[in-house]
Design a protein around this ligand. Structure first.
Ligand code: UD1
Ligand code: UDP
Length: 370
């Protein structure tokens, strides 16, 4: 069997080796959306959903819209404390690995599902491939930093979206199996944006004009664990002088429901939106305000300025040329940055590859599995 043209010429596999892909949270469905297809051309892929995200708007909608096949297993772990959630995942993933006996496990990003997949596999002697390896915030209190560091250190294959990620791994003494592949989310976005613009009715349904609104997302623990910070963000959003569309993550919804505040009519709090609607909202926003990793990156891909509601970012490339500005939740800083609008540089540099990450990943996995 030979690989597709994007995967390179002349690589042959004798038979289909089994690989297990482990996902569980919203951004992971998007990260695997292009990869599963190419994986299935060359391997027997078993898709495992841990059940970390389970609301229709956080899970099912992505499987349907992105035509991701029904997972072979849904472990239905659900919500809980870090130890409980990760522990339940470990037990249940281990059983899947015993039953399936794959040659490789593939994990994505930096959630508890990522860490559980990597740990369960490595402890059974199953090689791990990490998609979106090498990201660092150097903030050990951040749950995602723990997940990504530990996952990288037990992975045999480390697929890096940027050269910075490669350097981060080298600094920690990880050289073997490290590959710069470019970013898988850039590829998904490139594949879907035309369809999104044709199909999505989100702008008209919210009566928004292109570049006439701001887009806001908030879900990081460092913001949502402190209701004072959430309140600051809500108050700030009412002072930006244009409508602010805010698809609210369920974690944030819970916090907001416990806060007493009077919402500005400019603030449009809505349920989480589908991926295609989100792409359209990002592309047409005047500025994106967010603490999300994926949303920072997608806004950068669309050349939309980003205000990051944190004091650091893993995606340091997006800071170059002023495309992304770290404002924490400092109202004055945020309002100033939003008023400044577009950065001086005419185009942002292409630092996330050229949208061919999945082909490179599948080729490297093929060579690794022989
Ligand atoms: C998780 C990831 C984070 C990622 C985010 C993407 C960890 C530690 N965090 O954060 O890295 O950026 O997903 O969105 O893995 N909830 C629901 N319905 C759902 C899912 C969650 O109501 O479908 C609520 C529950 O109250 C839950 C809370 O959201 O306790 C947090 O969910 P959880 O999966 O633990 O973390 P996220 O904040 O979603
Ligand atoms: N996203 C979405 N609908 C929303 C909010 C986000 O489809 O209402 C998508 C977004 O386009 C990106 C991904 O979800 O592809 C980012 O996920 P999230 O912000 O939950 O997590 P993070 O990237 O911070 O881990």
């Amino acid at each position: 069997m030979s690989f597709g043209k994007s995967a390179g010429e002349g690589v042959q596999l004798k038979g289909k080796k089994k690989v297990v892909s482990i996902v569980g949270a919203r951004p992971q469905f998007i990260k695997c959306a292009q990869l599963w297809r190419l994986l299935r051309e060359h391997f027997e892929e078993v898709l495992v959903h841990t059940g970390q995200h389970y609301d229709d708007a956080m899970s099912r909608v992505f499987f349907e819209e992105l035509e991701i096949p029904e997972p072979a297993y849904n472990l239905e772990v659900g919500s809980g404390s870090h130890g409980f959630q990760t522990g339940e995942m470990l037990k249940r993933i281990e059983q899947v690995l015993i039953d399936e006996s794959p040659a490789l496990s593939i994990v994505y990003g930096d959630t508890n599902s990522t860490l559980a997949g990597a740990l369960a596999s490595s402890k059974m002697g199953i090689d791990v491939a990490h998609v979106e390896a090498g990201l660092r915030s150097y903030e050990k209190k951040m749950p995602e930093e723990i997940n990504r560091c530990l996952t990288d250190h037990v992975s045999a294959l480390l697929f890096c979206p940027t050269e910075t990620a490669v350097q981060n791994l080298h600094k920690e003494g990880i050289w073997s199996g490290v590959h710069f592949t470019g970013d898988v989310m850039l590829e998904t976005l490139g594949e879907r944006i035309v369809e999104a613009e044709k199909r999505s009715e989100i702008l008209s349904s919210l009566s928004l004009s292109k570049k006439g609104y701001f887009l806001l997302t908030v879900h990081r623990a460092e913001n949502t664990d402190d209701p004072e910070r959430v309140l600051k963000i809500l108050n700030m959003a009412g002072k930006l002088g244009r409508p602010v569309v805010f698809p609210v993550h369920p974690r944030t919804r819970k916090v907001i429901s416990g806060i007493s505040f009077s919402a500005s009519p400019q603030l449009r709090m809505i349920d989480p939106v589908s991926y295609l609607d989100m792409l359209v909202l990002e592309k047409n926003a005047a500025v994106v305000l967010t603490d999300s990793g994926g949303v920072q990156k997608e806004a950068y891909f669309f050349e939309v300025p980003v205000v990051t509601l944190r004091n650091r970012t893993e995606w340091v490339e997006t800071l170059e040329g002023g495309w992304n500005t770290l404002c924490d939740v400092d109202e004055e800083e945020i309002v100033d940055t939003v008023r400044r609008g577009l950065p001086g540089t005419p185009r942002r540099p292409e630092l996330f590859g050229v949208g061919s990450a999945t082909g490179r990943i599948v080729k490297i996995i093929g060579e690794f599995l022989g």
